[in-house]
Design a binder for this molecule. Structure first.
Ligand SMILES: [Zn+2]
Length: 289
């Protein structure tokens, strides 16, 4: 209770929990699709209890993202494997050229944002009354610097618009007051069509503004396996571990195809030329590589 959660060392148990989940054994036995699912479902929810109350320090978020990134690409903290596509791009939404994993930073800030919504829409609840008795009738929202000094936990929630402002996210603008039909007013959250605050609405909004992305028409096909979708995604980005790319990165001494030893091993050679040549009895046919 008395610990300052803003210090990196107090996030160590959570980081260790992450590491334990992602042991090397698990990474090496799962397919790309399995690792993606684990990254999204298990790892994103693991920190949500802490993320919904405390603002994680930058260093802790970086560490957790590094663990996720290394796990996704098949390595672990001790031994890393080549990350073919930047992690920021991998986290981006699927319609923005990513795999829709979502960043932990956005998850953390969006979970904290929910307290603003609750405070505005449930002003008479017991917890809001307690907050008002400590921080004043407005919960300290109008005086972020004072709130920050007095309470580490509530302070970081009060200072959320400042934190989001650094990423050009005008958090307060999304809260709007509309008429209830009579004399009273009610709050609505403009980022969601229902008018209700959803963590996912702010999370994806932050990610869309902050993460590296490109507009892409690539679509995840739910009818085929996850690992095949990820393979198609790597091909789409031109980031396949083919000899051409390995040679350009000085990992391989040759850029020739190992099957025919005659042509450059590019993605087209693997997926198009190889299959075409097979028809004519050419020995190079690695369509399934
Ligand atoms: Zn070949």
């Amino acid at each position: 209770m008395g610990a300052s959660i803003a210090r990196d060392k107090h996030w160590k148990p959570i980081i260790e929990k992450f590491q334990a989940k992602l042991s090397r054994w698990k990474a090496s036995t799962l397919s790309f699709g399995g690792r993606l699912t684990l990254c999204k479902a298990v790892l994103s929810s693991l920190g949500s209890y802490y993320f919904s109350i405390y603002k994680a320090p930058v260093k802790a978020i970086k560490m957790l993202e590094r663990i996720r990134m290394r796990f996704f690409w098949g390595g672990c903290l001790e031994s890393r494997k080549m990350a073919w596509i930047a992690w920021g791009r991998t986290l981006a939404a699927k319609d923005r050229g990513g795999l829709g994993i979502g960043s932990l930073k956005a998850q953390n800030l969006a979970l904290l944002g929910k307290w603003w919504w609750r405070f505005k829409t449930q002003p008479d609840s017991i917890w809001a009354t307690v907050i008002k008795s400590i921080h004043g009738p407005d919960g300290g929202f109008s005086r972020p610097t004072i709130a920050k000094r007095r309470s580490n936990c509530w302070g970081s929630i009060v200072c959320l618009p400042i934190s989001l402002g650094k990423d050009q996210v005008p958090f307060l603008n999304y809260f709007q007051q509309v008429s209830n039909g009579d004399d009273s007013l009610k709050w609505i959250w403009s980022l969601d069509s229902s008018g209700v605050y959803f963590v996912s609405s702010l999370r994806s909004h932050i990610d869309n503004l902050v993460l590296q992305h490109r507009n892409d028409t690539w679509l995840w096909n739910p009818l085929v396996l996850g690992k095949l979708n990820i393979l198609a995604w790597c091909v789409r980005h031109g980031k396949l571990p083919c000899m051409e790319n390995l040679f350009n990165l000085s990992i391989s001494s040759t850029n020739l195809c190992k099957m025919c030893n005659a042509a450059l091993e590019t993605k087209d050679h693997i997926f198009v030329e190889g299959r075409y040549q097979k028809k004519f009895g050419h020995k190079c046919a690695v369509g399934g590589k």
